[in-house]
Design a protein around this ligand. Structure first.
Ligand code: PLP
Length: 404
């Protein structure tokens, strides 16, 4: 029953599950064993801030192709929280932030007693509109968090950096969804004063169930990041001892990443470039094929500097007799993994509204979301998935919904 949509009881285009990612394989298992072996032969138990964190953070700085310092923490939210905390901004300072992100980004602002000020995206995109960024600066703006969302970079970040330098505003990059991405050849995470990465298991760089990284080229900020991630210890000060709380500087949580996670992250880092390459190859192939065969779907642009995470595809609702959501639900029923309606648009969250500077609505981000669905993907997607996705799109748009 190829002529009946799966959502209406027809057979699915794709009956097998989409490929699993399996982010953790024997390489991670092996390195975990190495952690045990390393500490056992020294007659020690593993903890945090040890050998594997040093290997991991050194490898990460090298991966970013720059000089500086990295700290491994227990989540992306923590990475953002300690990055902001290290700036020691006056409470009530304004922090400009991208329109589309995970709640962790916004919570890091709010829980530092700072006020989020949202900036919209460019038209037809989730990418932060850097031109609008300047309009939203106030006298109290002290920092900006630029989120490289859905694997795409904010390619005009230099504009933000320049304005920020002139006005004494700190820039933090949230690279959680785009590790290894590049802007004009330079890795994201190396443009701002600090950068934060989530390394939870669904991210391209994954250190286990939960995890995060902070990078900065400033030794002073690095020591403060470490302090805010570890009970206010005076890192960088001579003669300080971890077990002497009399010299700690301020109250702070313990947000450390443990040695096992750092070892997993170290292993994951060695796979990152190949992962990005296979995801890009898949998306270039998919984009070309959708563009050739579909009358309704418009896949978002891809550049070789991206580090694909999820992939937005917009639907021309003028050409169909149903909503975008119904269209996406029909594709989902055909066996294609996707998110019909992305909900990570900050200005729409009821719980965040009391904390925002104003009731600014990010219309571009909302309009783009209202006409797109996000395709899920991973590094194991290939030609077969391109064929199945395109077959499902063509079936859905031609059989039932197309007015063409
Ligand atoms: C862009 C972005 N920022 C922040 C976070 C928060 O990271 P975590 O879940 O590791 O706390 C995530 C992911 O969850 C994210 O995608």
């Amino acid at each position: 029953m190829k002529d009946k949509l799966a959502i209406h009881g027809g057979s699915k285009v794709r009956t097998q599950l989409m490929p699993a990612r399996n982010a953790f394989d024997n390489r991670e298992l092996e390195i975990i064993k190495q952690v045990f072996a390393h500490y056992r032969c020294r007659n020690q138990d593993f903890g945090s801030q040890g050998h594997y964190e040093h290997l991991y953070t050194d490898a990460f700085v090298q991966y970013l192709e720059t000089n500086g310092f990295a700290d491994a923490v227990n989540s992306g939210t923590s990475a953002l929280f300690v990055s902001l905390a290290s700036l020691q901004l006056p409470p009530g300072s304004h922090v400009l932030v991208s329109p589309v992100t995970n709640p962790g980004t916004i919570n890091a602002i709010i829980l530092n007693q700072l006020i989020p000020v949202i900036v919209d995206s460019c038209p037809d995109s989730y990418v932060t509109n850097t031109a609008q960024f300047e309009e939203r600066i106030t006298d109290l703006t002290k920092a900006v968090i630029i989120v490289h969302i859905a694997g795409k970079t904010v390619s005009t970040i230099d504009e933000i950096i320049q304005v920020s330098r002139e006005k004494g505003i700190f820039v933090i990059e949230d690279c959680s969804q785009a590790p290894g991405a590049r802007i004009n050849g330079k890795k994201v995470g190396t443009f701002g004063d600090l950068s934060a990465f989530s390394t939870m298991y669904r991210k391209s760089l994954a250190s286990g169930g939960c995890g995060g990284l902070v990078f900065t080229s400033s030794e002073k900020l690095y020591n403060l990041v470490c302090a805010y991630a570890d009970r206010g210890k005076p890192f960088g000060q001579p003669h300080f001892h971890h077990s002497d709380p009399t010299v700690f500087m301020f109250p702070a949580l313990n947000l450390n990443q443990d040695e096992i996670s750092c070892a997993i992250g170290l292993s994951s880092l060695t796979k990152l470039d190949d992962l990005i390459k296979s995801r890009l190859n898949f998306l270039f192939d998919l984009r070309e094929s959708i563009t050739r065969h579909s009358k309704v779907c418009n896949p978002s642009p891809i550049s070789s500097g991206d580090s694909p995470f999820v992939y937005p595809i917009s639907v021309d609702t003028d050409q169909i007799v149903c909503s975008k959501r119904e269209f996406a639900q029909a594709l989902l029923a055909e066996g294609i993994d996707l998110n019909p309606h992305y909900k990570e648009i900050v200005c729409e969250w009821h719980w965040v509204k009391p904390y925002l500077l104003d009731s600014f609505v990010t219309n571009n981000a909302i309009e783009y979301r209202d006409k797109t669905f996000n395709l899920y993907l991973n590094e194991n997607y290939g030609r077969q998935e391109v064929e199945d996705i395109v077959e499902a799109i063509v079936k859905v748009e031609s059989i039932l919904y197309s007015k063409l």
